[in-house]
Design a protein around this ligand. Structure first.
Ligand code: PGA
Length: 233
């Protein structure tokens, strides 16, 4: 199976011209480009082989009091709006949002549901901090993030596409990735927890993946791809 490479542009680049250029340069099969919201449409129009993803979504598709009204949530972006821009994947629960913007497991769970309801594929990010890692709490943390994050997915539903990104927070943007051994151990653990749901789950790894070390992770059949941040910005 082809590996999924998710390019998380984070809050880059600064202009639409640069976004178009970057998208054109990286337009390859198997890549999912996740630009900032303002550049989604420009990237959608530029790419031919890559697919489009968003970096976040609001946690509900608001009820529409009047036909055509999107709802009273200033500054937020709904899954339906993303879908109308040809977005197919949505990153949910990235650690930078959990740590810096107060995103809770409960919000993550609602976002997963709203994205699935819109027919898009969520990329659920889970992972532990350095302190949690050193305290031996990795599995406890990841299990909690998965159990709550997936709690609105009905157990009886089948054929749900889901991507889970294991991203140890201490490895993100540090230049020090996890070891392939530990990653494989976590992939096995995550698959066990997620098996409570009848999901078509692909598990990917993120955290200081570069063109130089990607093969160390991607060569394993257990891993379906990588979530890459800084290496391509
Ligand atoms: P990184 O970021 O590749 O710079 O470590 C990964 C991420 O933020 O998802």
């Amino acid at each position: 199976m082809n590996k999924l490479i998710i390019a998380n542009w984070k809050m880059n680049p600064a202009s639409i011209e640069e976004a178009r250029k970057l998208a054109a340069e990286t337009d390859v099969e198997g890549l999912i480009i996740c630009p900032p919201f303002p550049f989604l449409e420009a990237v959608a129009k530029t790419i031919k082989k890559a697919k489009l993803g968003a970096q976040d979504v609001f946690w509900m598709n608001p009820p529409t009091p009047l036909a055509g009204q999107a709802g009273a949530y200033t500054g937020e972006v709904s899954a339906e709006e993303l879908k109308s821009l040809c977005v197919e994947y949505v990153i949910i629960g990235h650690s930078e949002r959990r740590q810096n913007l107060g995103e809770t497991d409960e919000m993550v769970a609602k976002k997963i549901k709203t994205v699935l309801d819109a027919g898009l594929t969520p990329i659920l990010c889970v992972g532990e901090t350095k302190a949690e890692h050193e305290a031996g709490k990795t599995k406890e943390i990841v299990k909690r993030e998965l159990k709550i994050g997936l709690s609105y997915i009905p157990h009886l539903t089948s054929n749900i596409q889901l991507v889970i990104a294991y991203e140890p927070i201490w490895a993100i943007g540090t230049g020090t990735p996890d070891t392939p051994e530990n990653m494989l151990n976590m992939v096995k653990f995550i698959r066990g927890v997620a098996s409570d749901w009848p999901l078509a789950t692909r598990i990917i790894y993120g955290g200081s993946v570069t063109s130089r070390n990607a093969e160390n992770f991607l060569k394993h059949k257990e891993i379906s791809g990588a979530l890459v941040g800084g290496a391509q910005s």
